[in-house]
Design a protein around this ligand. Sequence first.
Ligand SMILES: Nc1ncnc2c1ncn2[C@@H]1O[C@H](COP(=O)(O)OP(=O)(O)OP(=O)(O)O)[C@@H](O)[C@H]1O
Ligand SMILES: [Mg+2]
Length: 314
Amino acid sequence: MTIEDKNNPYIAAYEREKRARLKAEEILESKSRELFLKNERLQESYELLQKQQTAMLQNEKLATLGTLAAGMAHEINNPLAFVKSNIESLTQYHASYARFATFVNSISSHLPDEFQSQLKALQQEEDIEFIQEDLPELMSDTVEGLTRVRDIVMNLRSFARTQSTDRCTANLVEGIQSTLKLLHSELNNDVNLKLDLQPVQDISCNPNELNQVFLNLIINAKQATEGLERPTIAISSSTVQSEIIIKISDNGQGMSKKVLKEVFVPFFTTKPVGEGTGMGLSIAYGIIKDHNGEINVSSVEGKGTVFTIKLPIN
Ligand SMILES: Nc1ncnc2c1ncn2[C@@H]1O[C@H](COP(=O)(O)OP(=O)(O)OP(=O)(O)O)[C@@H](O)[C@H]1O
Ligand SMILES: [Mg+2]
């Protein structure tokens, strides 16, 4: 700038205006940055809120279903008990009838001809031979069906159980180990088991219920890897800050996004009728919630699944 320029009021005004503009731009930029960060935080809060809302709805839904399940289990349990006891009586009665029929058959040749032919006609008319053959199978199928119904009722009950107060101090790693012992014969033959069990602190919990969770998850993992050339289940335990983290993963079939959304819903199953009740994971979910913990799942179709359990060290 020359002396002439300095004295030029227009140029001086221009310079002043330029400085003011730069300053304003600077302020604007810093305000924009602030706004951007605030917006980002708002977005995060919004997402968190949405997640919490979904979790809350899920909890409410589960609580309602729990009450419903408890009622249903109770209603089904009584008739189930008498149907079961009647079937036992029927089995005994059939044995008596079978003895009687065999005896009648054995003496039929001593009867007068007229009675002999009447007896034969009656036997054919009523298809007695077939009934004798078919009855035991019908009975055992019925007992099997009843056992399945009983299992479902039991599952419903453990899903609906009121908040358990049956707490003691226990160690989760020991729980996993004893669950694995229980599953020994089921797993050892063909599953490659990878354990990374780091020692964890004892916590106050209901160890039976938590073992039930491990059992349900490991059985699911086993079922998901069936038919694979190298089925692998990995189980790990660790401590992060004040939480115990248990991971149960498999290299099985994985889940589609649609299945993934439903896994914790009671009665949701992709297994054929009669093979799964669809209660395993909803029971697990309820138990972990009762322990103020969290259970999450991530899965890739065709690759495998990871279930992560987080439990607070009280
Ligand atoms: N590890 C896994 N890999 C792939 N799919 C899984 C896995 N675990 C659960 N699932 C899916 O979630 C569904 C629900 O599981 P859940 O344990 O609740 O019921 P289920 O195994 O079908 O029946 P149940 O446990 O009563 O015998 C399963 O049918 C399956 O589709
Ligand atoms: Mg299951």
